[in-house]
Design a protein around this ligand. Structure first.
Ligand code: BES
Ligand code: MN
Ligand code: ZN
Length: 483
């Protein structure tokens, strides 16, 4: 797919679909006026009659008189009230419009009238690009037809460039999350990471089983034991353009399939557990975008890749594992595996003396109970690092919300046989007790945990996205790194 910023003659050169937006005050909009004039007062009477919804992300497809409009197909997407609209509008409106015209093959799709602030423009481009990937990877009859060329009229070329890189990185995350678990397992994730490292110029270190043992990653290895597929740990390093800056560490949970282990999940809960590597995919997507955008800050990415399965040699309830940090962990539930994988990954991240750490993990169902499917849970040992992440997310319209980390929650993870146990005392506050467990492995480094169990994977499609992987938090982190 080619992506271009087009000059101001969008009204005269032909294309195969024209995307425009309509807000509540559409009468004052210059681009709509131009199309109306070019088509001999075709558009405004339709708008006047209220045929076109201005509600956010509603798309109306119209067929304009040929020879007068640059395209006979005109897609009008609602953006609500200008200025007052929530910040998620530019990304979602653009994505919704693109999805509405992608129902069949169209060579050139031109987006007009969603230009605005630099932040809005890159959100629009990222939204349009990201919408071009769906979950139908293995369907012989495709339902999504990505255009050959996507044009953005009146956009600043730098914002188109940023939006394109971010949008493609979201596509990468979606694809990795959507790949079935017989295709996506630790070794194949590594292959994908290797090609990203080549493409974006990021160094990569792959720890295999031998190395993981030599490094005493006992928590991660405990989880991995149930699978015939060997685990991997990835350390990726992006040098940054300001090498004097201390690095940020990004840590990702990469459980390529979570059966629950002996604390086995019921069928319904297990079905989508190919998505349990979304944290690691998110880290890879962020690193790709950051490196291609040449952000200043050096970045260390640590991804722990395992399958959580059952076998004669799988880890058991009551087992005691020794993490890389030396802490001993009593296993009370083999389905609380993500925190074990992350315990060692966080410890590896500390080797690089990062200024701050952020981890991404589909860690708990409890976080989804607390915040719903569409909000990322934030938990931190450093409120200013947490709010830096929350404001970056706010600025680009991704939804995050903090959960409290009061010290008394830690009482629940005190161990009897070992230092700590891998679950709290009951179900209540499960997202927080999981975060408290992680906190044991970050020392005094400012750290924020992002529980993406809800937003990383969508069970049903939305106007702006197919069901499946979402690439959530890539945009927020790039906004943060671009600052
Ligand atoms: N991968 C799951 C969490 C999850 C649940 C992600 C639903 C996405 C959707 C995690 O490994 C898990 O199983 N957590 C347990 C923890 C419990 C045993 C303390 C959970 O949430 O039930
Ligand atoms: Mn689990
Ligand atoms: Zn899991």
């Amino acid at each position: 797919m080619k992506i271009e910023s087009t000059p101001s003659d969008w009204i005269s050169s032909p294309c195969d679909a024209l995307v425009l937006s309509v807000d509540e005050n559409w009468k004052g909009r210059e681009d709509l006026l131009r199309l109306n004039e070019a088509t001999g007062d075709w558009l405004f009477p339709i708008l006047q009659r209220g045929e076109v919804s201005t509600k956010p992300n509603r798309v109306t497809l119209l067929h304009a008189p040929a020879a007068k409009s640059p395209s006979t197909l005109v897609a009008l997407v609602g953006t609500g009230a200008r200025g007052k609209a929530p910040l998620d509008i530019p990304f979602r409106a653009a994505a919704s419009a693109i999805r509405a015209v992608m129902t069949k093959n169209r060579s050139t799709v031109r987006v007009v009238g969603l230009a605005g602030s630099p932040l809005e423009e890159r959100a629009v481009v990222a939204g349009a690009v990201s919408a071009c990937t769906g979950q139908d990877l293995f369907r012989s009859e495709k339902s999504i037809f990505a255009p050959d060329t996507l044009q953005f009229a009146g956009f600043h070329s730098r914002q188109v460039e940023i939006g394109q890189i971010v949008g493609q990185s979201i596509q990468l995350v979606k694809r990795l999350v959507n790949l079935p678990p017989n295709y996506m397992y630790p070794e194949t994730f590594v292959d994908e990471a290797m090609s990203v490292s080549q493409e974006a110029g990021i160094s990569i270190e792959v720890w295999d089983l031998e190395q993981l043992k030599a490094q005493r990653c006992g928590a991660l290895l405990g989880v991995a034991r149930g699978s015939v597929r060997p685990p991997r740990l990835l350390v990726m390093k992006y040098a940054g353009t300001d090498t004097a800056m201390a690095p940020i560490a990004l840590v990702g949970k990469g459980v390529t399939f979570d059966s629950g282990g002996y604390s086995i999940k019921p069928t319904d809960g297990m079905l989508t557990m190919k998505a349990d590597m979304a944290g690691a995919a998110t880290v890879l997507g962020i690193m790709r975008a950051a490196a291609l955008l040449k952000v200043k800050r050096p970045i260390i990415g640590v991804m722990g890749l395992v399958e959580n399965l059952i076998s004669g040699d799988a880890f058991k309830l009551g087992d005691v594992l020794t993490a890389r940090s030396g802490k001993t962990i009593e296993i009370h539930n083999t389905d609380a595996e993500g925190r074990l994988v992350l315990a060692d990954c966080l410890n590896v991240a500390l080797d690089y003396s990062p200024e701050k750490i952020v981890d991404f993990a589909t860690l708990t169902g409890a976080c989804v109970v607390a915040l719903g499917n569409d909000v990322v849970g934030l938990m931190s040992n450093d409120l200013s690092w947490q709010s830096e992440i929350q404001s970056a997310a706010n600025s680009c319209g991704e939804y995050t919300w903090p959960l409290p980390m009061f010290p008394f929650f830690s009482e629940q993870i005190a161990g009897k046989v070992a230092d700590i146990k891998n679950v709290g005392d009951g179900r209540w506050g499960g997202a927080i007790t999981a975060a408290k467990f992680l906190e044991e492995f970050v020392g005094s480094t400012p750290w924020t945990h992002l529980d993406i169990a809800g937003p990383a994977f969508a069970d049903s499609s939305k106007p702006w996205a197919d069901a499946g992987g979402t690439g959530y938090m890539v945009r927020s982190m790039i906004e943060l790194l671009l600052k």
